[in-house]
Design a protein around this ligand. Structure first.
Ligand code: AMP
Ligand code: TRP
Length: 288
């Protein structure tokens, strides 16, 4: 069964955008390039709803205490605004302040087959090697579906790792429609062409992540890091063993630095390659 898109009640309206981030830790360059930058760029052509998803952060309860979670939720909201979201245009709020998110999640739980949740790659990655796994971690994508479906969302701007969750949201909505009739707008994930998966500076085969950034100083650039810390992290980023920059067979680390430089400068990749081709990696790192 399909649902008209946009919903009849919103036909002709500007596309509605919904997205969110967990207040588990300070935001990093991956959060900015994968998601925040897109939120800001599109805000004046769209209706914007941006959430600080504190209830999602509870899925790893030992990682955070309640007072810290409240403080970080405010800090993340402040970072949304500092990155350029205009409070006149965007609605910014904390997920737990709106009880309908958990209510809708329950209703959606009751139509979501367990097998769909077991297939989520993020669930598999987050539970690997863990002795005890909370039910919330498995159910995490259903709460995310509730977040998105509650607001008649057309577009969900996210990094690549969230695409599977947005697709699951559509599947849950379609199943709900099949059982009860059409209610929801079917959302689509919007992923940037460059920067959708920023890799760790110290380990460019793994995604830049908040939890690793807390443990290893050279892993990420955090949005609140002072310039000298950022410079050090970029200059010591893993590249490869070649002495000169060559792009035909660039290593993951070199590709990662090029992507970061390209997205932040807005220049075409071919220009950047021409500028540092044949020079040492110091040239690439200092440009990035
Ligand atoms: P999270 O840190 O899991 O709360 O993610 C918040 C947003 O940032 C989501 O849209 C993610 O897809 C995006 N994101 C997280 N890490 C990265 C990364 N390394 N590269 C690109 N986008 C990312
Ligand atoms: N799961 C997302 C992440 O870790 C955060 C999130 C929760 C979200 N609800 C959302 C993202 C709704 C987009 C839309 O990045």
């Amino acid at each position: 069964m399909t649902h008209p898109d946009p919903a009849p009640s919103r036909a002709g309206a500007r596309p509605r955008v919904f997205s969110g981030m967990q207040p588990t830790s300070d935001l990093h360059l991956g959060n900015y390039l994968g998601a925040l930058k897109q939120w800001v760029a599109g805000q004046h052509e769209r209706e914007n709803v941006f959430c600080v998803v504190d209830l999602h952060a509870l899925t790893i309860p030992e990682a955070i205490d309640p007072a810290q979670l409240r403080a970080r939720s405010r800090a993340v909201a402040a970072m949304y605004l500092a990155s350029g979201l205009d409070p006149e245009t965007a609605t910014v709020f904390v997920q737990s302040h709106v009880p309908e998110h958990t209510e809708a999640a329950w209703l959606l739980n009751c139509v979501t087959p367990l097998g769909w949740l077991h297939r989520m790659t993020q669930f598999k990655a987050k539970t690997e090697g863990r002795a005890s796994i909370g039910t919330g971690l498995l159910d995490y994508p259903v709460l995310q579906a509730a977040d998105i479906l509650l607001y008649d969302t057309d577009e969900v701007p996210v990094g690549e790792d969230q695409v599977q969750h947005v697709e699951l949201t559509r599947d849950i909505a379609v199943r709900f429609h099949h059982l009860f009739g059409d209610v929801f707008v079917l959302p689509k994930a919007v992923v940037p062409t460059s920067g959708a998966r920023v890799m760790g500076l110290d380990e460019p085969t793994a995604k830049m992540s908040k939890s690793i950034a807390d443990e290893r100083p050279g892993h990420a650039v955090r949005l609140l890091d002072p310039p000298n810390v950022i410079r050090k992290a970029i200059m010591s980023a893993v590249t490869d063993s070649e002495r000169e920059t060559r792009f035909e067979h660039a290593s993951p680390g070199v590709r990662n630095l090029l992507t970061i430089w390209q997205v932040l400068s807005g220049r075409p990749m071919t220009d950047l390659e021409a500028e540092v081709e044949g020079k040492g990696y110091g040239a690439l790192a200092s440009e990035a």
